[in-house]
Design a protein around this ligand. Structure first.
Ligand code: NI
Length: 268
């Protein structure tokens, strides 16, 4: 069983105006180190504990975002949502403190204004599924405006071979594009959009202990994992409280997904 608390560590990376300018220009940014090796080891143990129990959907365990809810079979792209609700000590890590401080700086808001929630993603070795092109905001309730940023912390060295992230620079300035569910099946959690011309996409490898940050509208994807190394990642969404929109936007894929999820839950 994993130790209940993260190791005590001190590390406070410095963020420059040039870093902030890069993020605002391109919609993503990365840092070589955000936490200690000791904490990465602890987070890896927590991750492995959480991925021992499979559930058909959300919440309560991990599920495969590339398969219909509840479908069995080898895991190809697994996710667990809100791990902090089961392991509260995840909220009190060096990673979280640094991510919050960096997010506040990149967004230009006060760190105390930021709320955070996480998800952990496993792209297994050998036959890990690609993460299709998407914008994170496409997953969110369409009745709100968001001011948010994602921190993405790999727990294993992530590169093009095992599925690190690719970003389309400047795409964060656009609207949320139309998305659909992977395989055109609303019971599949993963969303996909047509990204248009991606010849300018940038591959952002990050070693374990480093992190990348991206805007919720930045188009991004990750390749499949045909390597012999699994790729575990802990992503944290940091946001100010969402503000109800005066005019609702249409994101029909969200309702389609909710209906498909509800239809597959056992009757109570
Ligand atoms: Ni994403």
């Amino acid at each position: 069983m994993t130790r209940p608390e993260p190791p005590v560590g001190r590390f406070e990376p410095e963020i420059t105006d040039a870093d902030v300018g890069f993020f605002r220009e391109y919609g993503f940014w990365s840092i070589e180190r955000i936490t200690t090796d000791e904490e990465i080891a602890w987070l890896g143990e927590v991750f492995d504990d959480l991925f021992r129990v499979r559930s058909g959907g959300l919440p309560g365990g991990y599920f495969d975002v590339a398969r219909p809810y509840g479908e069995d079979g080898p895991v190809r792209l697994a996710q667990t949502l809100f791990p902090e609700t089961r392991v509260p000590a995840l909220r009190d890590t060096l990673y979280q403190r640094n991510a919050r401080r960096i997010a506040a700086r990149l967004l230009g808001v006060d760190a105390t204004a930021l709320q955070g929630w996480g998800h952990m993603i496993l792209k297994p070795a050998g036959d890990g599924h690609e993460t299709p092109w998407h914008q994170d905001e496409a997953y969110w309730e369409p009745g709100f405006d968001y001011q948010a940023i994602a921190a993405w912390l790999p727990l294993d060295d992530a590169d093009a071979e095992n599925g690190c992230l690719w970003f389309l620079p400047g795409s964060h300035r656009g609207e949320v594009r139309p998305h659909r569910h992977l395989h055109d099946d609303p019971a599949v959690h993963a969303l996909v959009t047509d990204p248009g011309d991606v010849s300018g996409a940038v591959c952002v490898p990050v070693r374990a202990g480093g992190a990348s940050f991206h805007h919720p509208r930045t188009l991004h994807h990750a390749g499949p994992n045909h390597s012999s190394r699994r790729r575990r990642a802990y992503a944290t969404e940091l946001q100010t409280p969402p503000v109800p929109r005066a005019v609702a936007v249409e994101r029909p894929w969200i309702d389609e997904g909710k209906a498909a999820y509800a239809a597959r839950q056992p009757a109570r």
